[in-house]
Design a binder for this molecule. Structure first.
Ligand code: F0G
Length: 464
């Protein structure tokens, strides 16, 4: 480990305790707050310009240069490059999406989608998991666990199966995980603990069980996860030829991703590698909107690390309903990274919005018809853009990047229920959850098993 020049530090402005990288911690042992990885940049070989990273493109036969995470090792140098655990994560894509831009009267060439679903396990989580596994290797951990709405567990199970480094245990809530994700964890051989409760219950349990059994926790309270996820923003900058966009829009659940984006931009500013941060928009689902409420209604701000934790604790103590959204990946009421996300919002002059399940599913169908598609939670980013455009918070000329966090095939149930045109399926899966319309549906056409009838139907459809 590069423990000489990197360390763990408590996020609290009043505590600021520091700890060696070799300690397995997911909160400050003194005050219970989150931990951050900090670097003594002046003693480390940081590139003078972001363009320097391009020299690694020609070294793609080396797995650590192929990785879209470790190719930026100099900006997450907590582990020597030769010791990282990588599965070629981060081969993702930034795509210009003019046809979607038109929907919200956005200027051509100004809206981009960052497809994180192209990671090996199909979501952005692999960016963080490779970093957590690299730290776990250093501390010689033998068993890893996480609570999950599905994607973290799929990623953990995959890294565990491929690297053979650790056994994996996943904690999930009952009926709260999309089958695409559950099938991955089961197929990869993870021990699957299904709790009689939701994600927030599973998260609380895994945090209690891990220290008791000496298990390495890979949820995003693990500060090394956040280090890996920082690189999503580096790849966005790289694809924009190192120009900083005006806005990054990301769905908010446990708030690890937004936290890591803010940390990255804060560090790039500190290192003089960019001259301004983009603005950040974090989008909650209305059925799981603690960040939206705390930020907009209770006006909680990071305040340089002095955020009002007592008021946040009171808010959570008074929450008496469980999170409820069809975007199961972000069905979270007690986000563990709240403080770090508040810091990100401070660094990036951020805003927080909320979108309904109807808005999420409509946006998802529009993203799908544009091209590569995503799972419901990911569509919160485009649904959020439409809302922020209508409020004129985002201007038509702003350069905007919506992060699509998970692959389209993660949650096919929601997609099929939206498009199928099957009234019974709609009523059961969507109608019962408050969805009223499927205005962007692409219904299959039912035809008899008869060639003439099929030809006739196709000709009619082609004319429409
Ligand atoms: N999008 C997808 C597809 C996710 O799986 C998640 C989180 C989020 C967005 C929210 O990201 O937590 O960093 O704010 N999924 C976690 C899981 C909670 O267990 O897979 P966040």
């Amino acid at each position: 480990m590069n423990s000489e020049f990197a360390y763990q530090k408590c996020l609290s402005a009043t505590c600021q305790s520091t700890f060696d990288l070799g300690q397995i911690l997911t909160q400050c042992p003194h005050c219970g707050k989150l931990l951050d990885i900090q670097y003594e940049w002046d003693k480390l070989p940081v590139p003078k310009s972001l363009v320097n990273f391009e020299t690694y493109w020609s070294q793609r036969n080396n797995p650590t240069r192929l990785s879209g995470v470790w190719r930026f090792h100099e900006l997450l140098p907590f582990v020597p490059i030769e010791d990282v655990v990588t599965l070629g994560e981060g081969q993702t894509l930034l795509q210009c999406a003019d046809s979607l831009g038109q929907i919200c009267q956005h200027e051509s060439g100004k809206l981009f989608l960052q497809y994180e679903g192209f990671n090996p396990s199909g979501s952005f989580k692999d960016n963080g998991m490779t970093a957590a596994f690299s730290h776990a290797k250093y501390v010689d951990a033998k068993i890893a666990a996480c609570a999950s709405t599905g994607n973290t567990s799929a990623s953990l199970a995959m890294y565990s199966a491929v690297s053979r480094q650790m056994r994996s245990i996943i904690f999930i809530g009952s009926g709260k995980i999309a089958f695409g994700k559950l099938s991955q964890a089961l197929d990869f051989g993870a021990m699957t603990i299904q709790i009689d409760g939701d994600f927030d219950d599973a998260m609380r349990q895994v945090q209690q069980v891990c220290p008791r059994l000496g298990i390495y926790l890979v949820n995003s309270v693990n500060p090394f996860r956040i280090e890996g996820q920082k690189t999503i923003m580096l790849r966005v900058l790289e694809a924009l030829q190192w120009q900083v966009p005006d806005w990054i829009i990301v769905p908010g659940g446990n708030l690890g991703n937004s936290s890591s984006f803010g940390k990255m931009f804060g560090e790039l500013l500190q290192l003089g590698l960019i001259d301004r941060a983009p603005r950040l928009a974090v989008i909650n689902a209305t059925g799981a909107n603690p960040l939206y409420e705390l930020y907009n209604q209770h006006e909680i701000r990071f305040d340089g690390g002095h955020y009002d934790r007592t008021r946040c604790d009171q808010y959570f103590a008074n929450l008496n309903s469980a999170a409820d959204t069809l975007a199961s990946a972000i069905e979270i009421n007690r986000p563990v990274n709240l403080a770090k996300c508040l810091r990100a919002l401070e660094i990036c002059d951020g805003v927080v919005e909320q979108v309904t399940d109807q808005e999420i599913l409509d946006a998802k169908a529009q993203i799908g018809s544009h091209g590569m598609g995503c799972e419901p939670a990911s569509a919160a980013s485009f649904a959020g853009l439409k809302k922020l455009r209508s409020q004129q918070i985002i201007a038509p000329s702003d350069r905007v990047v919506c992060v699509l966090t998970g692959h389209q095939l993660k949650d096919p149930d929601a997609t099929v229920a939206y498009h199928s045109g099957d009234a019974e399926m709609f009523a059961k899966k969507l109608g019962a959850r408050g969805i009223e319309s499927v205005r962007h549906a692409n219904h299959p056409v039912r035809v008899a098993n008869d060639t003439d009838a099929i030809v006739d139907v196709i000709q009619k459809q082609m004319k429409e």
